[in-house]
Design a binder for this molecule. Structure first.
Ligand SMILES: Nc1nc2c(ncn2[C@@H]2O[C@H](COP(=O)(O)OP(=O)(O)O)[C@@H](O)[C@H]2O)c(=O)[nH]1
Ligand SMILES: [Mg+2]
Length: 282
């Protein structure tokens, strides 16, 4: 994409080429593809511009904005009060699952929910310690076992304990890595089954964490995890850095939160309008 971000490039595209000729559409498609909107979306948006024939930069921008808007959905994750809810947090290694659990613990505790964390990433010892640190800092109870133990057993324990203590929300950390992808997906399906056997299905949310800087990779991650467990929502992390967040338009899973930094307060309910404005650079 060179030095210009997507929005700036879109704007300059219209400034340079006032005529909507073939080279304009070629560059528009390139700009969209490099912004991680994907080939299909790029073609669709380009065709729309071709049909609508915008006459100013503003018209072009608003056409593209509306097209993007139709491809992204926002959702609000609100646990049912007085009942047990489980948020199963999924995603590949390093995307920000554990950090997002710390942030959600703070967010939902502030809203008055009784929250508990479940350390079901038992693959690495450090993962449990990291979650314990977030539990301590946010004043959240945590259920864990030794590293290497069965993540399903940790989740089972967490549910039993949450029921006993009257907790309303279990934030469940999971491993992003296993010996292979198939093992990981089987493991997650098993955990999901354990949860759904004991908690009202409508109170169980499977949340995928995606790193906004990974671009096209995020699309394949969403497909993989969605096939395994039927995702309910996405958390988009690292949106603070020069992200290539156009990939969201290729993922048909609603977005709940964005992470904008490493601190607990760097966490916001997803605002579609604001997201698109940032993307377009307006
Ligand atoms: N800048 C930024 N960094 C983040 C964000 N979320 C997580 N991180 C960082 O990303 C790294 C990996 O996060 P972690 O929660 O351990 O990922 P996990 O492997 O998915 O559990 C850590 O250094 C976090 O501080 C975010 O929204 N913005
Ligand atoms: Mg982790």
């Amino acid at each position: 994409m060179g030095k210009l971000g997507f929005g700036a490039r879109l704007a300059s595209l219209f400034g340079i080429k006032k005529k909507l000729d073939e080279s304009f559409f070629e560059e528009l498609e390139d700009t969209l593809i490099e912004g991680d909107f994907g080939g299909k979306n790029a073609m669709e948006i380009s065709d729309l511009v071709r049909d609508e024939k915008p006459e100013t930069e503003e018209e072009l921008t608003s056409l593209v904005k509306n097209a993007i808007s139709r491809k992204i959905e926002a959702t609000v994750l609100e646990p049912t009060r007085g009942e047990l809810n489980v948020y199963l947090v999924l995603g590949v290694n390093g995307v920000g699952k554990t950090t997002s659990i710390g942030k959600m613990a703070r967010y939902y505790t502030d809203k008055g929910y009784k929250v508990v964390m479940a350390a079901a990433d038992t693959f690495r010892a450090a993962a449990i310690e990291q979650l314990e640190m977030h539990a301590e800092r946010t004043g959240t109870r945590i259920v864990h076992q030794e590293s290497g133990s069965d993540p399903g057993a940790v989740v089972y324990d967490a549910i039993t304990s949450a029921i006993a203590k009257g907790d309303e929300l279990i934030l469940c950390d999971t491993a992003g890595r296993m010996h292979n992808k198939e093992n990981l997906m089987k493991e997650l399906q098993k955990i999901n089954k354990i949860i759904c056997g004991r908690v009202k299905p409508e109170n169980v949310k499977k949340i995928l964490v995606l790193d906004a800087t990974t671009g096209q990779n995020a699309v394949s991650q969403a497909m993989l995890f969605n096939q395994a467990v039927n995702l309910d929502a996405v958390i988009l992390t690292k949106y603070d850095s020069k992200s290539k967040a156009g990939a969201l338009t290729q993922i048909s899973i609603p977005v709940a939160f964005v992470g904008t930094g490493e601190h607990y307060e760097d966490f916001e309910v997803f605002d579609k309008e604001e997201y698109i404005n940032t993307l377009i650079g307006k």
